[in-house]
Design a protein around this ligand. Structure first.
Ligand SMILES: [Zn+2]
Length: 273
C-alpha cells in the first residue's frame, strides 16, 4: 500500500492506495483511515458509517471529504447493507436511480459502469477490491470469516467471468487492512466451520499460540481462495496490516470491543476506455 496525506486546515486526511493499481489511471482504489474527519470520542475521526451511533452530519461531512479526494459525486456511490452473506449485486446503469444506493443483504458489488463508485465500510473484515483492466470491470466485497467460509471470493471471480467475460488470469486483487493472525483469536466452533468448508486445507489457516489459543489467518484463507479461483499470485496485493494492531490509523471492532467506527474500501472506474 501507498500512504497519502491530503492536506486540510485541521488534521490531514490519511488514506492508502495499492501499488498494484498504480499503472491504471482509469481507476481509483483507496482505503480510508480514521484520520482526517470530524467524528468525536471513540469514533475519532473519519467514521463513514451511519450505524455506529455517530451524528448524521459528521458522517456526511466525513464521506464528502473522502469522495472529494477521488472526485466522485455522493449520490453516485453504490453501497451495500452488509450481512456477512455472499450475495453479489451487479450494479448496472439501470439499477442506479441517482439517489443514495445501498443494496439490501449484499456483501459484494461489481460493475463496468464508469463514474459509479463502489464502497464497503469495514472495521476488521477485509474489503477486497478487484479490477480487470481488459474488460474494465471493478468489484469490491466484504469478507469476514463467514464470507470466507461461504467463499464469496470465488463467487465474485465467477460472477466477473460469467457476467462480464473477465478471464481470471487478467484480474488484479487487493486486500485491505483487516484483523490479522496476530489478533484473530477464535473458538473451536469457528475452526469446525472452516474444516467443513475446506476439508483439505483448513489446518493451514489456523495458528496455535503458545498460550493454547487458536488464531485465524484470514489472509491465508483469502489468498488460498483467490489462487484456487485462478487469480495469479503476483496479481494479489495484501495490505498485511492488522486493524487491531494499528488503532492509530484504523478502526477495529475486536480491539475496541464493538465501540468503534468504520473506515472503507472505495473503488471507481473513471472512464471506460
Ligand atoms: Zn494484530
Amino acid at each position: 500500500m501507498i500512504r497519502h496525506e491530503y492536506a486540510q486546515s485541521r488534521g490531514n486526511l490519511v488514506y492508502y492506495s495499492y501499488q498494484l493499481f498504480e499503472p491504471f489511471p482509469q481507476i481509483s482504489c483507496i482505503v480510508s483511515t480514521r484520520l482526517g474527519g470530524v467524528s468525536e470520542d471513540h469514533l475519532h475521526s473519519l467514521n463513514l458509517s451511519f450505524s455506529v451511533g455517530d451524528t448524521e452530519q459528521a458522517v456526511l461531512t466525513n464521506r464528502s471529504r473522502l469522495y472529494h479526494i477521488v472526485d466522485v459525486e455522493p449520490q453516485s456511490v453504490a453501497q451495500a447493507h452488509l450481512v456477512h452473506g455472499n450475495h453479489i449485486e451487479i450494479v448496472t446503469s439501470q439499477s442506479l436511480t441517482g439517489t443514495y444506493q445501498a443494496f439490501a443483504e449484499t456483501d459484494g458489488l461489481v460493475t463496468n459502469v464508469a463514474h459509479t463508485p463502489l464502497m464497503i465500510p469495514v472495521a476488521d473484515c477485509a474489503a477486497v477490491a478487484f479490477f480487470d483492466p481488459k474488460q474494465q470491470v471493478i468489484a469490491l466485497l466484504h469478507a469476514g470469516w463467514k464470507g470466507v467460509v461461504s467463499n464469496i471470493v470465488a463467487k465474485m471471480v465467477s460472477t466477473m467471468h460469467q457476467t462480464f467475460g473477465c478471464r481470471t488470469f487478467d484480474i488484479l486483487v487487493a486486500i485491505s487492512p483487516s484483523l490479522g493472525p496476530c489478533c484473530y483469536e477464535v473458538r473451536e466452533d469457528l475452526v469446525a466451520a472452516f474444516h467443513e468448508a475446506f476439508p483439505t486445507h483448513a489446518q493451514d489457516f489456523f495458528r496455535l499460540r503458545p498460550d493454547a489459543t487458536i488464531h485465524l489467518d484470514m489472509w491465508a484463507a483469502l489468498r488460498y481462495q483467490l489462487r484456487e479461483s485462478g487469480i495469479r499470485p503476483e496479481y494479489i496485493e495484501e495490505s498485511g496490516r492488522c486493524t487491531a494492531c494499528h488503532l492509530d490509523e484504523f478502526y477495529s471492532h475486536r480491539a475496541e470491543r464493538g465501540k468503534t467506527g468504520r473506515f472503507a474500501g472505495l473503488i471507481v472506474l473513471h472512464s471506460a476506455t
